[in-house]
Design a protein around this ligand. Structure first.
Ligand SMILES: [Zn+2]
Length: 338
């Protein structure tokens, strides 16, 4: 089966099949390919998913009352880049944490996001934020309105990245800047890839060369392109989720539901008949039937594991710093001269 052309370079050279992955939330099977011309990893099909998908994939997210972070390495990097403050657009602004940080540094910030709840948070903080589809929002703005557009962890979620840039370019001033951050495709994958890096959450994966050539083809001059990390914290997380958590979940499933049980704890609890509350041997099972308690127990377990994962992660992170371009993140600042 031949995949559709690369969404970055539309290269004619054959794409190389990487892997197939079925999304259990939507039931769609995705085939991932690496473009042999520009190096981008992309998937087929690339149909966007709506809020229902996210609702099913992470049901607790919708009830979280997390306020927007104001300190973030991405924010510090952009605000330290030496650009003179002007009008800024934050695409995928979430709760407006970056807008607040940028405003404090003299920028006039506007933001757009899909998540109504996050926009409500941003507005409550007095931010100029809108809940709308990105392309529709950009279409409604004035020509050359912004000095800078930031895409913090946005590009990899868009099924057609060229289309997104085509919508952004008209609102950028001549000589204005675009800032892009996303996970580095070339980061170490010894403990497997994080679930979030698969479609339909991420449709594309970028390395230094793929991102640079994409922005250049789109008429941008790359001013700064760096890999960041890998950090001890990141290594510790991927070790936990890739190595420790799957075994721990398996062990918990066997202990609570018996050796023949299959599926996630959430699924098993959903179909389990409620046990009488005085069933002493099942005390733990009853206690953990509450998803919030389960989450809390998982968090405590995770923090306990840090004693183990942090020293190993520190050694690995140090070793990786000797290898160029192995950071877990890419930060890129590019100027639009067209
Ligand atoms: Zn390509």
């Amino acid at each position: 089966m031949t995949p559709r052309a690369c969404p970055s370079c539309e290269g004619s050279r054959a794409a190389v099949f990487v892997e197939e992955r079925r999304d259990h939330v939507g039931g769609v099977s995705y085939r991932l390919y690496r473009c042999s011309q520009c190096g981008l990893v992309y998937c087929d099909p690339r149909d966007p998913v709506g809020p229902e998908w996210y609702e099913k994939a992470a049901p607790r997210r919708a009830v979280e009352t997390r306020s927007a972070p104001r300190r973030d390495a991405r924010f510090a990097w952009f605000l330290g880049a030496g650009l003179p403050p002007g009008r800024l657009l934050d695409v995928g602004c979430g709760g407006g944490g970056f807008m607040t940080a940028a405003s404090a540094r003299g920028w006039t910030a506007t933001g757009v996001d899909y998540e109504e709840r996050m926009i409500a948070l941003a507005r409550a903080e007095g931010r100029d934020a809108y809940c709308q589809d990105f392309r529709a929002f950009l279409k409604g703005r004035s020509a050359k309105e912004f000095d800078a557009v930031v895409l913090f962890d946005v590009l990899e979620h868009d099924p057609e990245p060229r289309g997104l840039l085509a919508a952004i370019k008209p609102v950028l001033k001549r000589g204005g800047h675009i800032a892009v951050t996303l996970p580095n495709e070339s980061r170490p994958a010894w403990f497997g890839r994080e679930d979030f890096d698969y479609p339909p959450h991420h449709f594309t994966r970028w390395n230094v060369d793929a991102l640079r050539s994409f922005l250049q083809r789109e008429g941008f001059t790359v001013v700064d392109l760096r890999t960041v990390g890998p950090s001890v914290r990141w290594f510790s997380e991927v070790m936990f989720y890739g190595l420790i958590a799957p075994s721990a979940v398996r062990a918990a499933r066997r202990a609570l539901f018996g050796p023949q049980s299959e599926g996630t704890l959430t699924d098993l609890y959903a179909v389990a008949s409620p046990a009488p509350p005085d069933a002493a041997p099942d005390g733990l099972k009853i206690y953990l039937a509450d998803p919030a308690r389960r989450q809390r127990a998982a968090n405590i377990f995770k923090y306990a594991c840090r004693v183990l994962t942090y020293p190993v992660a520190a050694v690995l992170a140090l070793a990786c710093r000797l290898r160029p371009r192995s950071g877990e993140y890419l930060y890129c600042l590019a100027r639009y001269d067209a």
